[in-house]
Design a protein around this ligand. Structure first.
Ligand code: NAD
Ligand code: TYD
Length: 362
């Protein structure tokens, strides 16, 4: 496989930007990365400011392009002689998909179709190329008290988000079976770590707590997710790019099932030590004694999946991958990152952020 000119879609989002850091800093990768991102609300160019400074115009290139724009994607393939695609770009938040599914259908389904179709046309029958599609465990639906998703578990998506991801997975497999496009797919459990947009559970809870805002828990808080530190997801993806078998799917997970309420309590306990309420300027004159006093049970999410759990034995056995970070270690790193990167937090939280994006990234 060539791996010389890698097209990364959605590289300015949470996992994509962690992956670009991982590739340049933790591997022997010598080629070029072309980051194609539309820069939606979820993207943050600050995530890659250091990469741009160090590698911009030499090994790192940025194209502000919507993956729904077929002809612009074609131009990128030609201009950069793309030989590998790692497809992260997506609308990724379940709650937003419930309130407005349209963008999810367009980006996640039509956008994926465009990339596949351009790759098929541009690559022809080449076998030294690869299209890797990043997907989620949510395509498998919701589990009861026991069991875990395997690669062979039938699809049963239940939210507009997971249905759109399932649909894109099917298209990727269809391009392999019908046209012989060299693809791999990974379905990963919930990620957490640096650069995650504070609409997802962990960063939302960390930042709300620090600001003295309510910590919303949907329903009874006993829904279970299987958490993986984002750097471990990145190492798994790279292992699949290097060693994964064409046409195969790999489940990725950290064997780290947690109830939402337990995670929120854990975050509160860590913050009680790292930034005690009495030292937090947000609480001047407040009556709060500890962060967990902010926990607030709210109306449940519509169709809220009860439990996810991943069986990652295939990637462990066949490709020798395993996660490096424990949940406790990863959570502490994540909390430290949000405590230290106040500039990043401030920028992403200001109302002028959308305008700033528009002005600086035409
Ligand atoms: P994110 O929302 O943080 O980032 C998505 C990125 O895609 C953003 O930079 C956004 O600007 C870009 N994008 C959106 N629409 C686009 C379009 N039409 N054209 C070009 N760029 C576009 O998402 P994330 O959490 O980094 O997730 C990345 C991928 O991983 C997604 O495919 C998601 O389904 C999958 N995934 C996420 C998780 C998780 O826990 N976050 C778990 C498993 C799988
Ligand atoms: P989320 O981070 O949105 O990821 P996903 O829905 O893809 O699993 O949510 C993780 C879990 O946390 C999920 O069970 C919903 C729950 N949740 C809350 O209880 N409160 C919140 O404010 C959010 C955003 C999520």
């Amino acid at each position: 496989m060539k791996k010389t000119n890698i097209l990364i879609t959605g590289g300015s989002g949470f996992i994509g930007s962690n992956f670009i850091h991982y590739l340049f800093e933790e591997t022997k990768f010598k080629g070029r990365i072309i980051n194609c991102d539309k820069l939606t609300y979820a993207a943050n160019p600050l995530n890659l400011a250091d990469i741009k400074k160090k590698y911009g115009g030499k090994k790192y290139f940025f194209e502000r392009v919507d993956i729904c724009d077929y002809s612009k994607i074609e131009k990128i393939f030609k201009k950069f002689k793309i030989d590998t695609v790692i497809h992260f770009a997506a609308e990724s938040h379940v709650d937003r998909s419930i309130h407005g599914p349209k963008d999810f259908i367009e980006t996640n389904i039509v956008g994926t179709f465009n990339l596949l179709d351009v790759a098929r046309k541009y690559w022809g029958n080449r076998k030294d190329v690869k299209f890797h599609h990043i997907s989620t465990d949510e395509v498998f639906g919701s589990l009861g008290k026991t069991g875990a998703f395997k690669e062979t578990t039938p699809y049963d998506p239940r939210s507009p988000y997971s249905a759109s991801k399932a649909s894109s997975d099917h298209l990727v497999r269809a391009y392999f079976h019908t046209y012989g496009l060299p693809i791999t797919i990974s379905n990963c459990s919930n990620n957490y770590g640096p650069y995650q947009f504070p609409e997802k559970l962990l960063p939302l809870i960390i930042l709300n707590a620090l600001e003295g805002k309510p910590l919303p828990i949907y329903g009874d808080g006993k829904n279970v997710r299987d958490w993986l530190y984002v750097e471990d997801h990145c190492s798994a993806i790279w292992r699949i790019i290097e060693k994964g078998k064409i046409g195969e799917t790999y489940n990725i997970g950290g064997n780290s099932e947690k109830k939402n309420i337990d995670i929120v309590k854990k975050i509160c306990a860590i913050l009680d030590v790292k930034r005690p309420v009495k030292n937090n300027s947000a609480f001047k004159g407040g009556k709060l004694k500890k962060y967990s006093d902010l926990i607030t049970f709210v109306k449940d999410r519509l169709g809220h999946d009860r439990r996810y759990a991943i069986d990652a034995s295939k990637i462990q056995k066949e490709l020798g991958w395993k996660p490096k970070h424990s949940f406790e270690g990863g959570l502490k790193c994540t909390i430290n990152w949000y405590l230290e990167n106040t500039g990043w937090v401030k920028k992403i939280k200001t109302a002028s952020y959308a305008g700033w994006l528009k002005k600086n990234y035409k």
